[in-house]
Write a protein that binds this ligand. Sequence first.
Ligand code: AMP
Length: 436
Amino acid sequence: MSFVDLGLSQPIINAVNEKGYNEPTRIQKEAIPVILEGHDVLAGAQTGSGKTASFVLPILHMLSDKSVKGPSSGRPKIRALILVPTRELANQVRDNVEIYSKNLTLTCTEIIGGVGMKAQVNRLRSRVDILVATPGRLLDHVAQGTIDLTGIQILVLDEADRMLDMGFIANIKKIMALLPKNRQNLLFSATFSAEIKKLADGLLNNPRLIEAESNNSTAPLITHKIYPVDVEKKRDLLKHLIVMNNWQQVLVFTKTKHGADKLAYFLEKNGIPSAALHGNKSQNVRTRTLSDFKESKIQVMVATDIAARGIDIIDLPYVVNFDLPNVPEDYVHRIGRTGRAGKEGFAVSLVIKDDLRLLLDIEHKIQQKIDEEVVEGFKPTDYANFRVLNKAKKKPTQGQVKTSATKTNAVSPNHKARAEGKKPYSSKTFTKKKPV
Ligand code: AMP
């Protein structure tokens, strides 16, 4: 199947082909025709699946279709609103819109926090067809009366699960209340929790469910590996692995912002060009760090989950969990940055004995026992008992999801609806989640 078969117009197909994509990914194959038919959509899609184009391309098609009646008179209004959780993701989505709309006359802008309002107000004064925004800053513009949302025909909630994790639900509801009732809604989420289901119930009108995380062209080719280590030797082990294996473009995750700063400083001091990316950095620093990393000016970027969310770096080869994430879903999000678009990727985790419960939850989530390697000189002192879970000693820490809860979080909305004896979502396509 090619992009032509999906019903997209020639200028859009040309732009996609010029970008080097000839074959749609699975989510694109499944979502694009349904969106073009005008349906609301609830899509389960990870970063890396090609999900951005799966909503951007049909939006461009619909907005540039002269046969579809636009607003009859007056100044053109914003017609599509794409809400995203982070500034970096807003940048990327806007970049995507610009690439795919290069042969069209549509305009797109982004509204994000952390930068001045004035330039945004000026951009909003000129014609904007598609707006990519983070919720808080969008509401700032609403409060100041510098934005008009009364022409919105299509609303996208991208990475909705992460928006909820970040506490944006109240803001999302406020924004929804400002939009015209008659519109198409597209909700994309990597996971389906009860909260997402509730949001979907309130937002979507007879939605089509599309769950297509991976396909042949973007199927993650990821090698997972754990390195058991004692906590005090973690930094040295990471340095050793990077230097001995000559890893370039390494994205390292830490639990805390402070941990990210400390680790980046340590690596830098040891001759490995590194920088930290987290929410306490100014937007300018974050943008610069990201572009330095993309251009390989820095070898290692140490990030927290929220800051790294949605980062799109093609061919990112190494993702390192310096600290394991508290919830297995975050492991999936983190490693979603490697092994993309058919490239090989390595997901490496440094695991201390106290993290065994987290490791088991992750292995359960990805349905795979992860290979381990003990590096000479870094063998944990109690290695004989490394894989022995001491239940009496280790209680789940706050915020940590137990295996049973993880299971509930991971089920599809249809499965859950059926389990609750409710009518499932109408489903054109329903494919079982594949292990990552
Ligand atoms: P996304 O899931 O939207 O973050 O996209 C992941 C990566 O796949 C991005 O670098 C996209 O540019 C790329 N991509 C999107 N569509 C295709 C396609 N049809 N073929 C190959 N790569 C694609």
